[in-house]
Design a protein around this ligand. Structure first.
Ligand code: ATP
Length: 137
């Protein structure tokens, strides 16, 4: 499909980077089709990241992702999932390319400013987790 799902994570919201990150997203040609400021409960974060439940960083990830407000959004563009992964950059900001969102705003492997879906299937699942149909434009 031509849609992907993103979150601006608590670290970036805390530091006041919502506007800067949304600007990078729209300047890269993505159209915002759904958008909200919200917060994940611990249970939400556990469910959202269930695929990582056996990883050593799971508890840290759940605590981090539920500690404050996030921005959830659905984005539309040709080749959205792959192009958005390119725009956000590598998971570890030390490896993130120049011009990427994580290069500019991430501080560590865990606190890396943004999420981007890794497949069309997960983009649909993650979008439905956060947004009702009538909230998607
Ligand atoms: P995301 O799924 O958030 O877009 P990603 O696909 O780049 O990130 P994953 O490997 O799926 O990275 O890991 C999911 C998230 O878990 C990372 O974005 C990061 O916040 C956290 N994470 C990953 N590896 C570590 C680690 N070694 N230590 C702490 N947190 C980590």
């Amino acid at each position: 499909t031509n849609r992907t799902f993103t979150m601006i994570k608590p670290d970036a919201v805390e530091k006041g980077h919502i506007g800067g990150i949304l600007s990078m997203i729209t300047e890269a040609g993505f159209r915002i089709v759904a958008l909200k400021l919200t917060q994940l409960t611990v249970a939400d974060a556990k469910e959202f990241y269930a695929v990582h439940s056996e990883r050593p960083f799971y508890d840290e990830l759940v605590t981090f992702m539920s500690r404050g407000a996030i921005v959830a959004a659905i984005l539309e563009k040709d080749n959205a999932v792959e192009d958005f992964r390119t725009l956000i950059g590598a998971t570890n900001p030390a490896d993130a390319a120049e011009g990427t969102i994580r290069k500019k705003y991430a501080t560590s492997m865990g606190e890396n400013a943004v999420h981007g879906s890794d497949s069309d299937e997960n983009a649909a699942i993650e979008s439905a987790f956060h947004f009702a149909g009538r909230e998607q434009f």
